[in-house]
Design a binder for this molecule. Structure first.
Ligand SMILES: [Zn+2]
Length: 196
């Protein structure tokens, strides 16, 4: 008896890799340019966060809805500052406003990879990874798999100090008292539609 195997995956989008005309629309993390292109085209933080969520979902298989993004002055000095934080047991990721503005002014080419990296790091905490070393390792794995080793986002995940020597990652802690958070609109919009 002969068994005939039909490849049902054919045409589903996941197995198509060699046709450049469809590459743009194929929802597969294996295609190297998809994530870098999305990041280049991101218009705001809400866009960048969608990329973070998709990246985590595709590599770790988990996601968390209902998260908000806030901006706040988290302080710091040239000798030590943080990019963002996820106050434990909350539903908000907070980015430090000052450094974002500084990076945008001084090194605009680093701005999107930087925001992606900080959001990715804090999002990994938000889905339940509290261990700092493991969180960094996951951020690096995800960035490398989706952006490639040469991408700024991956280089930041590998060693943020080469870009920002005085950046430190805070350990996840409860929200600082009296933190004045400005919520970013459209941060956790539905990502049900994947537009190519
Ligand atoms: Zn951390």
């Amino acid at each position: 008896m002969q068994l005939r195997v039909n490849n049902h995956a054919e045409g589903s989008g996941h197995s198509i890799k060699k046709r450049p005309d469809v590459e743009k629309c194929v929802k597969s993390e294996d295609i190297a340019r998809v994530y870098p292109t999305r990041l280049e085209k991101a218009k705001d933080l809400a866009d960048i966060f969608e990329i973070v969520k998709d990246a985590v979902r595709s590599r770790l298989g988990t996601s968390r809805g209902g998260l908000m993004l806030g901006l706040a002055e988290l302080g710091g000095s040239p000798n030590g500052w943080i990019g963002g934080l996820y106050p434990v047991a909350t539903n908000v990721i907070v980015m430090n406003k000052g450094p974002m503005e500084r990076i945008m002014e001084q090194s605009p080419e680093l701005y999107k990879p930087y925001c992606f990296h900080i959001l990715l790091h804090e999002y990994i905490h938000a889905i339940g990874y509290m261990d700092e070393a493991l969180t960094r390792r996951k951020a690096l794995e995800i960035s490398e798999a989706l952006f490639g080793r040469e991408h700024l986002a991956t280089m930041m995940a590998a060693d943020i100090m080469q870009f920002f020597p005085t950046l430190t990652y805070p350990v996840p802690t409860p929200a600082p008292q009296g933190m004045n958070i400005e919520l970013v609109k459209g941060f956790d919009r539905s990502s049900a539609s994947y537009i190519c």
